[in-house]
Design a protein. Sequence first.
Length: 131
Amino acid sequence: ITGCKSYDFKTNNINIEDIYNQEEDEYYVYFYMDDCKYCEDCFDTVLEYLNNPLDLKLYVCKVNKNDIIKRFYEGEDGQGESGGYFVDGVTDYNDLYISGVPSLIKIDITNTSYFVTSGRKKIIAYFNDMK
């Protein structure tokens, strides 16, 4: 069974092309897709953080199945449990591999990305642990 929800976070939405172009020195980017049950499970937690950020600013980026970043990394130095993500050290969205959603990455002061976590349980726990 898949979800049937289209999300409207109403704030902090960015396009894939803008992942590395935000004004803050450091920030999070949360990736999601419409009709994703696991993303739907994270919706309230992500929305709560957007409304009350406890650490860095959070941006939300909707991914479609045909987007350039929505792909599985098959190299030896991937991130995530399956190694299917390639995020660490990336500075251009064309080089980013987001193998699944929901996912969370961090962008640092040098506009370099780092894998934070993925999957509904880990993302919810990550944000809840900040409280």
